[in-house]
Ligand binder design. Structure first.
Ligand SMILES: C[S@@+](CC[C@H](N)C(=O)[O-])C[C@H]1O[C@@H](n2cnc3c(N)ncnc32)[C@H](O)[C@@H]1O
Length: 382
């Protein structure tokens, strides 16, 4: 297969994926910021100048593949066989589910940084920010190696970065969410641009909003089975192995998941797995992303929504977005996490009017420059 750095689709892989066994939907989410700002690195396009084959090599290490790539002015968004990868000039967000070994990508990632960006981890000691998080696994015994145990994951992260902070957010004997953070705030002083202090070091913007849902309603789950898509006559082709990208886009349109922020400035990519499952990436205004992943099988149904779109910019609130997503998936349980810089923190903890829900946790943490809100709800039988 010829590989270039343009948008692309792996047709061969896209038609050969299949799964029938229990699936760990909940993702491992690794976010590494080399520097605070996109143009702080001394190489044009920073991490986005790294050739595609290097990302493929990195993903091979953790057992997943690229299904497609959409490029935009500031952000490259990959749909993977197990969720998504986002690459900005200065940072990556790697979100993978199933039994992928996400953390084993770190070593290769720094090799890439050294080779293409002259970024030497031994010299810099730590990137600007590292976040690693995941929900409690449904099938922890199925995980591979260090991912079987949170403490091993933390030890492994500390072997690269030393002295990180590890949190169990929520009830440790029930549903909860794990978070590891680390980073080197001194990097904001580092002379990266031709020996001069980086001009844009003092202010950076960031917020991340996640909704993690289990126990999806039967009616909602149905929409993410390919046979259901055919039954609804959404595709003119009756071959179930029709390219999952075509079915994915039809599903996005049908469910309106391609229009969460009511804007036309959007690049959307989606994939429907056979016999079921759905992943999508959306880029807004060439720089923000939101991503959805759905595991609709009854025994272990799960869906996740993640976004770094500042909703207020689009005359929306995160609460509106939350309600939109919940109305679509109607989960029996959901948790959401919101990371915002302290001076922008908006509490959305007044969610008291959602159908029959019961709030089980409300937790707020100060995490360096950020404030983190974690809420968890169980919704009673309708
Ligand atoms: C959409 S993918 C991504 C999972 C994601 N993290 C989530 O939140 O559900 C998972 C869904 O696709 C289905 N699937 C089918 N073939 C698959 C494959 N080869 N790799 C991963 N998932 C596959 C799984 O059974 C599951 O329902």
């Amino acid at each position: 297969m010829v590989i270039s750095n343009q948008d692309y689709i792996d047709h061969e892989l896209s038609t050969s994926l299949d799964s029938a066994d229990s699936f760990e939907g909940p993702e491992k989410l690794l976010e590494i910021w080399l520097t605070p700002h996109e143009n702080d690195l001394n190489v044009e396009n920073g991490l986005r100048s790294v050739p595609l084959f290097e990302w493929q090599n990195l993903l091979d290490i953790i057992n997943c593949k690229i299904l497609s790539l959409k490029k935009s002015e500031n952000l490259d968004a990959y749909i993977l066989s197990e969720s998504s990868l986002f690459v900005y000039n200065n940072r990556i967000i790697l979100k993978t589910c199933g039994t992928t070994t996400t953390l084993l990508s770190i070593d290769y990632f720094f090799k890439i940084c050294e080779k293409y960006l002259h970024w030497n981890i031994k010299f810099f000691k730590k990137p600007f920010k590292i976040f690693y998080s995941r929900r409690k696994f449904m099938f922890p015994h199925k995980q591979i190696g260090l991912h079987k145990d949170w403490n091993l994951e933390v030890q492994y992260l500390d072997s690269f970065f030393e002295d990180g902070s590890s949190y169990i957010v929520g009830k440790s004997n029930k549903d909860h969410w794990h978070l590891y953070t680390n980073g080197n705030s001194n990097l904001v002083q580092f002379p990266i641009n031709n020996g001069l202090p980086s001009p844009s070091v003092f202010k950076f913007n960031d917020e991340t909003f996640e909704i993690l849902m289990t126990g999806l309603s039967t009616e909602a789950s149905r929409q993410f089975f390919t046979n259901e898509i055919f039954k609804n006559n959404l595709s003119g082709n009756s071959n179930l192995h029709t390219d999952g990208h075509i079915l994915g886009l039809k599903t996005s349109k049908f469910t309106q998941l391609n229009n969460i922020y009511n804007t036309d400035a959007i690049i959307h990519d989606a994939f429907s797995f056979t016999p079921c499952g759905y992943s999508s990436n959306s880029i807004i205004d060439e720089k923000y992303y939101y991503t959805l992943h759905v595991t609709p099988e009854k025994g272990w149904s799960y869906a996740s929504f993640e976004s770094n779109v500042p909703s207020l910019k689009y005359n929306l609130t995160n609460l509106t977005i939350l309600k939109k997503i919940l109305n679509l998936f109607k989960p029996s349980h959901f948790a959401f996490t919101l990371f915002q810089l302290k001076d922008e923190f908006v509490h959305i903890d007044h969610l008291y009017d959602f159908n029959n829900h019961e709030k089980t946790d409300r937790i707020i943490y100060d995490v360096d420059e950020y404030e983190l809100l974690y809420l968890s709800f169980v919704i009673g039988e309708e």
